[in-house]
Design a protein around this ligand. Structure first.
Ligand code: KG4
Ligand code: ZN
Length: 364
């Protein structure tokens, strides 16, 4: 049997992270010194393609098929052995419950066999803490969490301590992009496709005039969001266009108009959140964006401008760490492990798990 010894350069804690809450099977090893020693991700994209969305049963079976091999590869690529790990972290929710169970049970089994601490991670907290892995951002910070399932602004006060300032009344922004993409005939997920198509728009001003779209909730004093009307407006424009399939130019223009409306809306809504945040926490703190939609460059630019206008630093993780990945789960594991926030092996998997409830699990 091969003998492994811990690398001296990574003398701090090492945590294995497992992510299986949606359609990505992922495993990673991260150190307490913020080094990502391995970060493997297997997308199930082709398995769900024919269905135009993620099929929960297919996702869960695929996680079962691939997870063991991926965990082995992540540990091997990190140049360590299983015994070198200080903890095993897995997403325990929110997400598609079949998939969550696969990753969670694998982590619990490993923790039991290796006699290592188990850390049950809230997927949203993993997104929320990513900017601390990549940019070492200090608490408190104003966080915009934008993904396929969530659109929220929160005050991140500490590990396990999040105060919700506003959320969406209906669709998440990623969901709006995905649904709009589908009705324009783009493959799932629509968000990255819409960004690509928007780049092909030849004349932005003309596209905006051609496809006027609402700026939902604009002017409301509290930082709440609503995106279902934006998606409906895209549908109305798309249905007015001639023919079964839209011409590339139409899709490019409509994508540009949608992305512009989304970026402007996010910035306008977040401006309200900045005011609210400053009332409680004062100046000198950062604005941070995370979650899959944070990969969008127009949205990042709009938020960066907003932060600059308010004298706030702005941080967004590198694109590869915006969407679902296991490095963020491992990092959340590190943060919790440091505070002694480990979990019992009978911790349940949770399809719904609001981030604000994390507060209840904090040790004071
Ligand atoms: O965080 P994530 O990978 O999974 C969830 O936890 O939901 O986010 C996925 C979402 C999808 O809705 C996808 O369309 C969106 O993020 N997304 C984007 C971009 N890349 C991913 N939306 C807009 N522009 C992008 N470049
Ligand atoms: Zn996510």
């Amino acid at each position: 049997m091969a003998h492994y010894s811990r690398l001296t350069t990574h003398g701090s804690q090492l945590v294995l992270g497992i992510e299986t809450s949606c359609d990505e099977t992922a495993a990673a090893v991260v150190s307490g010194e913020r080094a990502i020693l391995s970060n493997l991700l297997l997308s199930q994209f082709s398995e769900h393609k024919a269905f135009g969305g993620v099929v929960p049963e297919i996702a869960a079976r695929s996680h079962v098929r691939h997870l063991d091999r991926l965990i082995g590869a992540a540990v091997e690529q990190a140049g360590i052995g299983f015994q070198d790990l200080d903890g095993i972290a897995a997403t325990c929710g929110p997400g598609l419950i079949g998939g969550v169970m696969v990753g969670m049970m694998a982590a619990k089994a490993m923790a039991a066999a290796l006699k290592k601490p188990f850390i049950g991670v809230n997927h949203l907290e993993a997104h929320a803490l990513t900017p601390r892995l990549t940019n070492d951002v200090a608490f408190p910070y104003l966080l915009l969490l934008v993904s396929g399932g969530h659109t929220q602004v929160l005050a991140a006060e500490g590990v396990g301590r999040y105060r919700l300032l506003g959320g969406t009344l209906d669709d998440a922004l990623g969901e709006c992009f995905d649904k709009a993409g589908k009705l324009m005939g783009l493959p799932h997920p629509g968000g990255p496709q819409i960004e690509k198509m928007a780049e092909r728009c030849a004349d932005g001003a003309a596209a905006l005039a051609r496809f006027p779209l609402p700026r939902p909730m604009a002017g409301r004093h509290d930082p709440v969001f609503s995106f279902s009307g934006l998606k409906t407006a895209v549908r109305t424009h798309a249905e007015r266009l001639e023919g079964e399939t839209l011409a590339i130019r139409d899709v490019a223009d409509l994508s540009f108009a949608l992305q512009a409306a989304a970026a402007e809306t996010v910035a306008e809504r977040c401006a309200k959140a900045v005011d609210l945040f400053k009332e409680t926490y004062g100046s000198g703190h950062a604005l941070v964006v995370s979650g899959g939609v944070a990969a969008n460059r127009a949205i990042r630019a709009a938020l960066e401008a907003l932060a600059a206008g308010h004298g706030m630093a702005f941080h967004a993780p590198p694109v590869a760490l915006c969407g679902d990945n296991a490095a963020m789960v491992a990092w959340a594991g590190i943060e919790r492990l440091r505070l002694g926030l480990t979990d019992p092996l009978n911790m349940p998997a949770r399809p719904r798990w609001p981030l604000e409830e994390e507060r209840n699990r904090q040790v004071s």
